[in-house]
Design a protein around this ligand. Structure first.
Ligand code: SAH
Length: 248
């Protein structure tokens, strides 16, 4: 069944009035008709089964039939601080990590970050939000991952929810597994976690030192150097696996 994220303001009583772009998608792209059922999500964690009541090129509406609690969210709340890399690769990371269950994305400004991409125009931001929304609909998330404004590494290190793990290819001792196991004894609640992934050129030594000053642990992902976006997907997948989120 097709899934659509709307804002809570689009729902009044048991009527959903889809915004213009979704109305167009419902009528023109998906060619749906009144009576067809859809799942509507308002980013509160609830999901609504609804039947389309009005469908035309500019306006689609549906009537809510029932509501239930969504099952699409992982128990572990994982934030990805992803260094700014070439836009198409950054977008790929947004899409894949949404599918895997990241709850918050923070574009990260680092020394060697892709210069062209540092300024995020309103257009680009909208495009990123659309990529996240479509990936969340496709992967049956119950909530939309948040997209923050770009932050410097220093700000991220100061404010990221602990524990924070930084992927660093030169880390030869600490693995993800040992890092998580070490923490399981000291930190009662491992329900939230932040991860930091560097740009194509990697982190400067100074940046790694700074991270350590902020008590951020570096983790190695093996002897192969992964592209930045591959590292993001790999680290996210490995954490989801550790937390039992990749099981039926
Ligand atoms: N330019 C660097 C590699 C950067 S890889 C070099 O050639 O040495 C881009 C980012 O992906 C890194 O900053 C790191 O966060 C992550 N990454 C890639 N491979 C990794 C590995 N084997 N272990 C940990 N992190 C890795």
């Amino acid at each position: 069944m097709h899934r659509f994220f709307v804002s809570p303001a689009d729902i009044s009583g048991d009527t959903v009035a889809f915004p213009r772009d979704l109305s167009r998608q419902i009528s023109r792209v998906l060619r749906m008709s009144p009576g067809d059922e859809v799942t509507v999500l308002d980013d509160t964690g609830w999901e609504y089964l609804a039947a389309l009541s009005v469908v035309n090129a500019t306006r689609a509406e549906a009537r809510i039939v029932s509501r239930y609690e969504g099952l699409g969210e992982p128990a572990v709340r994982l934030t990805l601080y992803q260094a700014m890399i070439r836009p198409e690769r950054f977008e790929w990371a947004l899409q894949k990590c949404t599918e895997l269950g990241i709850v918050r994305f923070v574009p990260l400004i680092t020394r060697r970050a892709e210069r062209r991409s540092r300024d995020v125009s309103a257009n680009r931001r909208q495009r990123w939000q659309r990529i996240i929304r479509e990936a969340a609909e496709q992967s049956r998330r119950s909530r939309l991952p948040a997209l923050d404004e770009p932050q410097t590494l220093e700000k991220a290190l100061k404010s990221a929810t602990r524990p924070v793990l930084m992927a660093w290819e030169a880390e030869t001792i600490q693995s993800l597994k040992s890092s998580l196991e070490g923490r399981a004894h000291s930190e009662a609640d491992l329900g939230t976690l932040s991860i930091i992934v560097g740009p194509e050129g990697g982190f400067d030594h100074d940046e790694v030192e700074l991270a350590r000053e902020y008590n951020v642990e570096t983790v190695g992902l093996g002897n192969r150097i992964l592209r930045s976006e591959t590292a993001a997907v790999t680290l996210t997948t490995a954490i989801m696996h550790e937390f039992g989120e990749l099981e039926p």
